[in-house]
Design a protein around this ligand. Structure first.
Ligand code: DHB
Ligand code: MG
Length: 221
């Protein structure tokens, strides 16, 4: 019953607040055709990320976990015309699909898809002395979220925003005895945020078609 209300409410709000976008629709369609896992964020979450990035004045965005490029498109469209985005994808098939979708949306000049292990790619960006990023979205293999957090912090500046998807996992995040390694990594990131004087953070809980989850939003002081 509750789940039905969540998904109907999500549909209602998306219909009002997320105007149809052919690039996003194509990305969802291509992702289904290519049989990629249907674990992309929702339209409402895409809009949430887009507004957060705009409110943060983001000109440089880094994403960990491109999948088919759905969230990358939302974020790239939130950039000013001279903005830049890097999205990292470990799966070479997914990376090709993401790059195709970004190209089809006319955003290839703004978005670079980097293929490879995200921990290595983050270390490479640090070694390249990349300019700091203003906004990060981490939505990949959650077991490595502590490594991704540390890498992103190294690539941040005061005021940068770091967002983690899947921070709640049907409330499993509150189970300190969980055997789920993905949730344990998220718990560790939450501990780091909680005990840090370098960052501040909060979780936005969400419900919708895919159930109960949330995004951890961190701001670098
Ligand atoms: C899964 C991963 C995600 O990033 C997500 O948003 C939902 C589910 C998963 O691996 O099950
Ligand atoms: Mg996710």
């Amino acid at each position: 019953m509750a789940a039905e209300i969540w998904s109907e409410t999500e549909e209602f709000l998306s219909g009002l607040l997320c105007p149809p976008d052919p690039d996003l629709a194509r990305t969802v369609h291509v992702s289904e055709q290519a049989d990629l896992p249907a674990i992309n964020i929702s339209a409402l979450q895409g809009k949430q990320l887009s507004l957060l990035a705009k409110m943060a004045g983001a000109r440089r965005i880094l994403e960990v976990g491109s999948l088919a490029g759905y969230s990358a498109l939302w974020l790239a469209k939130a950039l000013p015309p001279d903005g830049r985005m890097v999205t990292i994808e470990n799966n070479p098939v997914h990376a090709v699909v993401a790059a195709d979708n970004i190209r089809a949306a006319g955003l290839a000049d703004r978005v670079e898809v980097r293929v490879g292990n995200a921990a290595e790619q983050l270390a490479l960006l640090v070694a390249e002395q990349a300019d700091p990023f203003d906004f990060f979205f981490i939505d990949a293999d959650q077991h490595n979220n502590v490594t991704y957090f540390e890498g992103c912090l190294r690539l941040s500046r005061p005021g940068s925003v770091i967002v983690f998807d899947n921070a709640v996992r049907s409330g499993e995040v509150r189970n300190l005895e969980t055997s789920n390694g993905a949730v344990r990594a998220t718990q560790r990131v939450l501990e780091l945020v909680s005990g840090s004087d370098r960052v501040d953070g909060v979780v936005f809980q969400t419900v919708g078609r895919r159930g109960h989850d949330g995004m951890l939003v961190v701001r670098v002081r």
